[in-house]
Design a protein around this ligand. Structure first.
Ligand SMILES: Cc1cc2nc3c(=O)[nH]c(=O)nc-3n(C[C@H](O)[C@H](O)[C@H](O)COP(=O)(O)OP(=O)(O)OC[C@H]3O[C@@H](n4cnc5c(N)ncnc54)[C@H](O)[C@@H]3O)c2cc1C
Length: 407
């Protein structure tokens, strides 16, 4: 026999935690189920990069980052905008600051103090957390099938449910996208998962990978077609990843889809013109290695010489003008995206036409969807977490109202 909860939230990432908090604040009894032993594992991983919670740019611009999904997300982001997220964190004792790029971070640049304070607040609000319970779809009577680690099925019924099971990347942190099978079986329209904010595969020579995998490329600019961004990228064994790559957004994906390859033009010295760089390089090498010469003449790191050798060996021995041109416009040709499991986030998931305006599944009334399960994508910059919070709050409030109306 299954237990009957008022509101069940499944998935204890930021979207599920926010849904649970909102439903509990509306006076509902909430049980939160999570497959992994500790909640919020991807959130903690995001903390390793400083935990970019949201962004401080004007709201209209902020909203535009969600592309095609902006219209659907607008009411939710208006109800829980970036300032509300900052105030919410402050109420948990976590002050935030705006970085030079406009991104918003917690002062300590860590996720764990925030998550700890959040879980304490949820426990005080009466939210029951049960970990090691994996959602395995619905039983014929409509109850949730939750699997215990030994494979036992624990049936759970609820007056309303929020599913917040995440996207389909970094499966080892919990979000493996297997929920799509159960929802597809119900006839829920789903968009296929695609990596978003992901790296790209580049066929580096073995010697280059051995010496330079993991090396950051700092203060660079990257362009694909007409789209150019400044920032940092990282050499990965499989290719190229990092903030500047993700910030290029759809451009490399489009190039791949249209031409089967995406060329990243790398500019090692975005603050200098090619002529300025050439004049710095216009001095005798006096037998110095290319690495030593580039360091002395232009303050470039060893990876610059290595990348020249790996991708444009002719330029390595060229005169100052050609060398400067190569360093300002080095083509790195990608032939595929990185595996989806390495993506910061995934596009695709539950389509908007599967849902009512309250995020309720048309195919299964009383079940609401939040977070990265929904079909939206956005660049990095705090937009991902902000939308997870906002949709979590929206779904949690809607589930509470659903119970209030008697289902
Ligand atoms: C390395 C990295 C860095 C990132 N940095 C940032 C950043 O700085 N800023 C930003 O905005 N975003 C960042 N993100 C993205 C952000 O972390 C995610 O978009 C966000 O965590 C998604 O929230 P969610 O609640 O929808 O899903 P998740 O956080 O993935 O949570 C889903 C939860 O559901 C559980 N679950 C899954 N399947 C089941 C099941 N069948 N049964 C029970 N439980 C299940 C999972 O274990 C998990 O706890 C980063 C992501 C990564 C990987």
């Amino acid at each position: 026999m299954g237990s009957v909860g008022e509101i069940v939230v499944i998935g204890a990432g930021p979207a599920g935690l926010m849904a649970a908090e909102t439903a509990a604040a509306a006076g509902r009894r909430v049980t939160l189920y999570e497959a992994m032993p500790p909640p919020g594992r991807k959130f903690l991983m995001a903390g390793r990069g400083g935990l970019n919670l949201t962004h401080s740019e004007p709201f209209e611009r902020f909203l535009s980052r969600y592309g095609d999904a902006a219209g659907h997300l607008a009411p939710m982001l208006e109800a829980f905008p970036p300032d509300a997220l900052r105030a919410w964190a402050a109420a948990l004792g976590i002050e935030t600051f705006v970085g030079s790029s406009g991104r918003v971070f917690p002062v300590g640049l860590k996720a764990s103090p925030l998550l700890r304070a959040w879980l304490t607040r949820l426990a005080r609000a009466g939210v029951q957390l049960q970990t090691r319970r994996r959602w395995d779809g619905f039983a014929p009577d409509g109850a949730h099938r939750l699997l215990a680690p030994d494979g036992t099925v624990v049936p759970v019924s609820a007056a309303a449910t929020v599913l917040a099971l995440g996207g389909a990347s970094w499966a080892r942190l919990g979000a493996d996208g297997t929920w799509s099978t159960a929802l597809a079986a119900l006839g829920v329209p789903l968009a296929p998962f695609r990596p978003a904010n992901c790296g790209f595969a580049i066929a580096w020579p073995d010697w280059f990978v051995e010496r330079h995998a993991g090396t950051p490329l700092k203060n660079i600019a990257l362009s694909v077609g007409a789209v150019r961004v400044r920032g940092e990228a990282v050499i990965a064994g499989y290719g190229l990843e990092g903030g500047a790559v993700y910030a290029l957004g759809a451009a490399p994906h489009q190039a791949l889809a249209e031409a089967g390859a995406a060329t990243f033009q790398l500019d090692f010295k975005p603050d200098l013109t090619a002529a300025e760089l050439a004049s710095r390089l216009d001095r005798p090498r006096r037998g110095a290695s290319l690495t030593g010469f580039l360091r002395k003449a232009a303050n470039l790191p060893p990876v610059a010489a290595a990348l020249l050798r790996a991708t444009k060996p002719d330029a390595a021995g060229a005169g100052p003008a050609a060398l400067a041109r190569a360093l300002k416009d080095l083509p790195l040709v990608a032939t595929a995206t990185a595996p989806i499991d390495r993506a910061i986030s995934t596009a695709g998931g539950v389509r908007w036409d599967a849902l009512g305006p309250d995020l309720q599944l048309r195919a299964r009334p009383g079940v609401f969807i939040a977070g990265e399960m929904l079909d939206w994508e956005a660049p990095t910059g705090g937009y991902l977490l902000q939308a997870c919070y906002a949709t979590g709050q929206w779904a949690g409030a809607a589930a509470a109202r659903h119970v209030g109306r008697g289902g």
